[in-house]
Design a binder for this molecule. Sequence first.
Ligand SMILES: O=C[C@H](O)COP(=O)(O)O
Length: 228
Amino acid sequence: ALLSEIKGAAGQPACDVAVCVPAPYLSQCQSLLEGSAIRWGGQDASLHESGAYTGEVSCSMLADFACGYVIVGHSERRTYHGETDELVAGKAVRALKSGIAPIVCVGESLEQREAGKTDEVVGAQIDAVLAVLSAEEIAGIVVAYEPVWAIGTGRTATPQMAQDVHAMLRAKLRAKNPAAADAVKILYGGSMKPDNAADLLAMADIDGGLIGGASLKAADFLAIIRAA
Ligand SMILES: O=C[C@H](O)COP(=O)(O)O
């Protein structure tokens, strides 16, 4: 019902729109969204491409369902599943090899922000990914800055706080691929809602949003799409 409502109302949006769903719903996404302006993707993927890894979902499996994107390194994966910067980087490589754009999530905890370590932590997270990608591959990724303290909490980074981190991320992209850096989408995620989306998206280096809670209400998701 959610997908149908979004598809019906979104029409031909002026921005890229995608939904990233748990793997069991990918087939449903493909059936419902194929031919529409909305693309779809996974919420995670395995580091392994083949072999005996029962339960893992590989990037080539995601490609079988025509996924355009896969989220890698979401803070919940890093926190609850022990995913390291290097593992996340490996997943980004796997996705690109399967023709899927990895949405690479980075972000600091509240403790790290209060200790003045935001740039250090987020910088190390993106550096691990940039270290294993060629300049050409960098043009194929999406980056999502998601301060952990803002995810699902209703507490949003101010536009300037987010912009400062996005600018740092852009500079790192530019250092690896000056020609592609401006075209790489850097999304903000963390309690983005209809009432704060426009202000966040107005910032120079905030190119879009990675929406959690508000994407589960079609009216809210559609309002954010219109703001974008
Ligand atoms: O996965 C989505 C992001 O973590 C943001 O979630 P949120 O919009 O509910 O804060």
